[in-house]
Design a protein around this ligand. Structure first.
Ligand SMILES: Nc1ncnc2c1ncn2[C@@H]1O[C@H](COP(=O)(O)OP(=O)(O)O)[C@@H](O)[C@H]1O
Ligand SMILES: N[C@@H](CCOP(=O)(O)O)C(=O)O
Length: 315
């Protein structure tokens, strides 16, 4: 059993436009920035949670209100149910992702916590069991269990949720030469609130379009048919409602698509947006525009990314 270790979990794009709640992708900035949260675990006489990092001061005050503490208790209960001994630990969260950003911020903290704990205890839980626990914790703060951030944050790559208990998700091949320009505007959008503005029922025509587009995108990913993937990369479920929460969304989308982006959409529940681009120059151009026109305050940032393939790891 390790004495102290740190786990990192990457930021992620929920929905990826075509797959509301069922498709997610993990992000790796091409400049090598580790975009994601880190959790350090070590033995201690009593449970404590300390925090640091660029966005630590935006966390809810109090150890008990942090999702890392929820994850710690959840993990301990699972150990007890397995008949395994529980140790008292001190945790440290390095909060690098902005809260309510649409970058899977809560998921990154949850996944880093579970990943660190599982590594600390020499891997008592398999990936699917871990993912189930992560989904439960994510559901507690975002209003509903959805795996489209926790799954890519754990495994890396692009992941498709099956709706089954096991396997919860499957890996989807990515277009390795695509670049993803992402831009966080600096404002906060609560996932729970952004879910509440969505209709509870959809017209049949919308449902058929959703199914057709998601199926075509997944098929195109498996056959590496980039033109088909790009042609169907649209969100008919959430974007029509959520874009009203995002100042400068439509002109940013217009610029990106007019300047070579293959698709443009809301990352998770926003306000982060993404542009899928066929090459780095296009992604840099869109990123530059977004930096100038989409960012609204000093908290905002832009990155040109690949889809991360490593997922969570011990640093
Ligand atoms: N470690 C944490 N990381 C992010 N959010 C946290 C954390 N702990 C508690 N929270 C709370 O959980 C909620 C997460 O909100 P949400 O809109 O789902 O964020 P995100 O979309 O960035 O994951 C917020 O109310 C936030 O204060
Ligand atoms: N599928 C979810 C994804 C939320 O992602 P987040 O990064 O905003 O937490 C949704 O669209 O509600």
């Amino acid at each position: 059993m390790s004495q102290s270790l740190t786990a990192f979990s990457p930021a992620s794009i929920g929905n990826v436009s075509v797959g509301f709640d069922v498709l997610g992708a993990s992000l790796a900035p091409v400049d090598g920035t580790l975009l994601g949260d880190q959790v350090t675990v070590q033995e201690a006489p009593e449970y404590t949670l300390t925090v640091s990092g660029r966005f630590a001061d935006r966390l809810p005050p109090g150890t008990d209100n942090n999702i890392v503490t929820t994850s710690y208790h959840f993990f301990n209960e699972a150990l007890v149910q397995k008949g395994l001994p529980v140790k008292t630990l001190a945790l440290h969260l390095t909060k690098n992702l902005p809260i309510g950003s649409g970058l899977g911020s809560s998921a990154s903290s949850i996944v880093a916590a579970f990943y660190a704990l599982n590594a600390f205890y020499d891997h008592p839980f398999d990936d699917n069991s871990l993912l189930f626990m992560m989904g439960e914790c994510e559901g507690q703060i975002s209003g509903a269990v959805h795996y489209d951030n926790v799954a890519p944050a754990l495994f890396g790559g692009m992941t498709l949720m099956t709706g089954l208990d096991s396997p919860i998700c499957e890996n989807v091949p990515v277009f390795a030469d695509w670049y993803w320009a992402i831009c966080y505007s600096g404002i906060s959008v609560s996932t729970s609130a952004a879910r509440k503005i969505l209709p509870t029922e959809l017209p049949m025509a919308t449902t058929l379009t959703f199914g057709r587009q998601l199926a075509s995108f997944i098929h195109a990913s498996h056959t590496q048919n980039a033109p088909l993937a790009a042609a169907v990369l649209q969100d008919v479920i959430a974007e029509p409602y959520r874009q009203s929460l995002l100042p400068h969304f439509s002109e940013s989308r217009e610029f990106a698509l007019a300047n070579g982006a293959l698709g443009f959409g809301i990352s998770g529940s926003g306000p982060t947006v993404f542009a899928a681009c066929p090459d780095r120059a296009t992604a840099e151009k869109v990123a530059d525009y977004l930096t100038k026109h989409y960012i609204q305050n000093e908290d905002g940032f832009t990155h040109v990314c690949h889809i991360d393939t490593a997922g969570s790891r011990v640093l």
